[in-house]
Design a protein around this ligand. Structure first.
Ligand SMILES: [Zn+2]
Length: 399
């Protein structure tokens, strides 16, 4: 049977977590096109275990004392005592970035500058947590806000062309830190966890350094935003290259001259999301959202952007994997849940429609609600979905 997006035609569930081989591996967003030509998906081996679970076992055997020593050496090389910033921490003030910045400043005595690419539509909880990060945590921060008209246009187009409401956020999340580091002459940047750990081939996770293909480019003409070539965007929507520059990666040639290193702190320190949460509550005034996030069971993961919940609804449409599948797989790997409990939660919450912010998002983007649902139906791959009467059902249910 024909599948969309180069997806594997036969759905296989991991025996240990609740992920499937339909989970996309990361690709540089600026090569993301409608048919996702050449895209890769989570590998599951002949024993039925996925790469993310295998990687987790490797992680459990890591000598973390040795890794921390490596971190201390790296920090000693960069630490400054003349008042200049010596490292940059991108983030939103969510639990992970809050933990990351705080531990670098107060435990390891670094002088971090924070940089934030704000959510597309802040939730009140996200905005409070961001303010607390700065005010309670005690940091200097730079907020980079893109041109609101272009942001809105690109977000709308990324939904229409890719059913990917969160793409503009991802662009900033990946590209803004290298740009600001270059501007402020900061040679060391710390992201938190390596997102590749959860869906990419194991070989990509053995380094502390972020792959440059995610934020550098040799040729702007080859890039896509919202699934559209840059030159076509400029021509068809009356834009200029400088309207788009902030969403685009840095030029490789210029960036490499500056010798900036981008590391994952999660390579050096054992990263347990639940512990990062408690740490952030304690030290930066972080608060969970008082209600459960729609589509999953958690209250404290990625709660800053109203569009985030819709993003996971679209992953459910395109790959058959909603937010509960992602969250529960994580909980299993961290030893907080067994597979049976996870299956129950996935059955209960995956694909739950995020209606709390939906009307507001559609109003902001000027998309008709009925058009959004029509789009969803166009993006369902026939190997995953079947229509009975007026309702759609996943063909492969987890058990
Ligand atoms: Zn797994």
């Amino acid at each position: 049977m024909k599948t969309k997006y180069n997806l594997p035609p036969k759905v296989i569930f991991c025996k240990e977590c609740v992920m499937t081989n339909q989970r996309p591996s990361s690709i540089p967003e600026f090569f993301h096109t409608k048919n996702r030509a050449g895209a890769h998906y989570l590998q599951i081996d002949e024993n039925g275990v996925c790469d993310a679970c295998k990687h987790n076992k490797i992680k459990n055997k890591i000598n973390w004392n040795k890794r921390e020593k490596e971190l201390l050496e790296l920090l000693a090389k960069h630490r400054k005592s003349n008042g200049e910033y010596d490292c940059l921490v991108p983030g939103s003030g969510g639990k992970d970035s809050a933990y990351q910045a705080h531990i670098l400043k107060y435990k390891y005595k670094m002088n971090p500058l924070l940089v934030t690419w704000p959510p597309i539509l802040y939730t009140e909880y996200g905005l409070k947590n961001f303010n607390n990060w700065i005010n309670v945590g005690g940091f200097d921060s730079v907020v980079v806000r893109p041109n609101g008209r272009v942001m809105k246009l690109l977000t709308k187009l990324s939904i229409e062309n890719l059913l990917h409401p969160f793409q503009t956020f991802f662009f900033g999340q990946k590209n803004v830190a290298p740009k600001i580091a270059a501007k402020f002459n900061i040679k060391l940047v710390f992201y938190g966890e390596n997102e590749a750990e959860y869906g990419n081939p194991i070989a990509e996770n053995v380094s502390s350094i972020r792959k440059t293909s995610y934020f550098l480019t040799k040729n702007f003409n080859k890039l896509y935003l919202a699934g559209i070539k840059i030159k076509d965007l400029i021509k068809n929507y009356d834009l200029k290259l400088n309207d788009l520059k902030i969403f685009l990666p840095e030029s490789e040639k210029e960036f490499l001259k500056k010798k900036i290193q981008i590391h994952y702190l999660g390579y050096y320190l054992r990263w347990v999301p639940q512990e990062a949460y408690y740490y952030a509550v304690e030290n930066t005034g972080f608060k969970p959202r008082p209600f459960r996030t729609q589509g999953t069971f958690s209250k404290y993961n990625s709660i800053d952007d109203k569009i985030d919940d819709l993003h996971y609804y679209t992953t459910y449409i395109k790959y058959g994997l909603g937010r509960a599948s992602y969250d529960a797989s994580q909980e299993i790997r961290n030893g907080h849940m067994n597979r049976k409990e996870a299956v129950t939660l996935v059955k209960k919450y995956d694909g739950e429609f995020p209606d709390i912010y939906f009307d507001e998002i559609m109003q902001y983007l000027e998309i008709k609600k009925s058009n959004f649902f029509k789009l969803c139906d166009q993006f369902r791959s026939p190997h995953l979905w079947i229509k009975k009467g007026k309702k759609w059902f996943l063909k492969n249910l987890i058990s």
